[in-house]
Design a protein around this ligand. Structure first.
Ligand code: AKB
Length: 359
């Protein structure tokens, strides 16, 4: 439902996983842009700053079908950013829970979007965060030869998280294109499902929990706090990454893209693809006393080895003008390091390093 407030169109938006790092960053991005009325949904309340930027907050479990179907009652959403999920390492510690949250949670959101699309008489956009974890290369030599993978290549994930996300991409496509195809009387409106496959993300303000690309943000936050870091993957490990402001931008760009220009529902979005060693070398230029050691965790290494070195995001560039603002060097110099420095100078070691070990 587009609300009209003295001539300004306000879009009603639901963000699931609003207390997480992508959720918080997206709320800030949409608030700066203006024109959105945001409902945040998560298991726990977001920070006070994020809560203040939202019109309302709903707290609960995304896997609770009754609760999710009651969201936005009476006033349908125009767009749902579905970010809630359990990441790759967290998912391997609790695979059935991950399946429930990642798959049942997504099904609940797709049902909600179907109901709201019918109420509005036009498709509600569902913007889904997928991941490079949907890919699975079988060996380091295949990883090297695959290079920058395209959306349809190497789709043999080795984690519960990757398998969940790949299935949910199909589920979203089904809800948009074929839901109820044999029903005699189908007067419902199907939602407009769109997804981005994110690489690892680097935020100056938060640390992810339960991911396997977490070694990169953990290195950065440890260096900024002047503590040594023991990296759980080999120095030659290479996967794609992106700076958090670019991640929020990618979601909004995809949500605003003209449907007639989109040739697919699921898009890679890339940033840069350094090895763990290259991240350490760049960090030591800014924090000369930083010490990074390597103590490989075999299963987490296997997960990172199964992910591609980089992604081919030419479809996103062509269809909705995607281009990251930050390269590896400019992202560190212009976004990450000034912000983490300011953060730790102002607040001391606010992100405690025990959380890193817990991941
Ligand atoms: C993870 O490490 O699980 C996530 C991802 C790459 O999707 N950051």
């Amino acid at each position: 439902m587009r609300l009209r407030v003295v001539g300004i169109v306000v879009r009603r938006v639901l963000i699931t996983g609003v207390a997480g790092e992508v959720g918080s960053s997206l709320v800030e991005y949409l608030s700066r842009a203006g024109g959105y009325s945001i409902t945040g949904f998560d298991l726990r309340k977001p920070s006070k700053e994020i809560e203040e930027l939202c019109s309302s907050i709903a707290v609960g479990d995304i896997a609770d079908a009754t609760l999710v179907s009651s969201l936005g009652d009476g006033l349908p959403y125009d767009t749902i950013f579905h970010l809630a999920g359990i990441l790759s390492s967290g998912g391997e510690r609790a695979p059935l829970k991950a399946h429930e949250v990642n798959v049942s949670g997504t099904l609940n959101i797709l049902e909600l979007s179907r109901k709201h699309s019918t109420a509005l008489g036009r498709p509600v956009k569902v913007i889904f965060t997928s991941t490079i974890a949907v890919y699975g290369v079988s060996s380091i030599s295949q990883k090297r030869s695959a290079g920058r993978v395209r959306e349809a290549e190497c789709l043999t994930p080795i984690t519960m998280y990757g398998a969940n996300k790949l299935y949910c991409e199909s589920l979203g496509r089904y809800y948009s294109e074929n839901f109820g195809m044999l029903e005699q009387r189908n007067d419902g409106v199907r939602p407009d499902f769109r997804a981005v496959r994110f690489p690892g993300l680097l935020s100056a303000h938060t640390l992810p929990t339960g991911g396997t690309s977490d070694y990169a943000p953990e290195m950065v936050h440890a260096a900024a706090q002047g503590v040594s870091y023991s990296c759980f993957v080999r120095p030659d490990s290479r996967i794609p990454f992106m700076m958090m402001p670019d991640a929020a931008r990618a979601l909004v760009m995809l949500s605003e893209a003209d449907a007639t220009r989109l040739t697919q529902r699921v898009y890679n979005v890339g940033g840069f693809a350094p090895s763990a060693r290259e991240i350490g070398v760049l960090l030591s230029e800014f924090f000369p006393s930083t010490t990074i050691t390597y103590e490989v965790h075999p299963s987490r290494q296997a997960i990172v080895d199964s992910w591609p070195e980089d992604v081919d995001d030419s479809a996103a560039r062509r269809d909705f003008g995607w281009e990251p603002l930050y390269s590896f060097e400019s992202g560190f110099a212009d976004y990450l390091l000034p912000a983490v420095r300011a953060r730790y100078a102002a607040s001391g070691s606010e992100i405690s390093l025990y959380r890193m070990a817990a991941n």
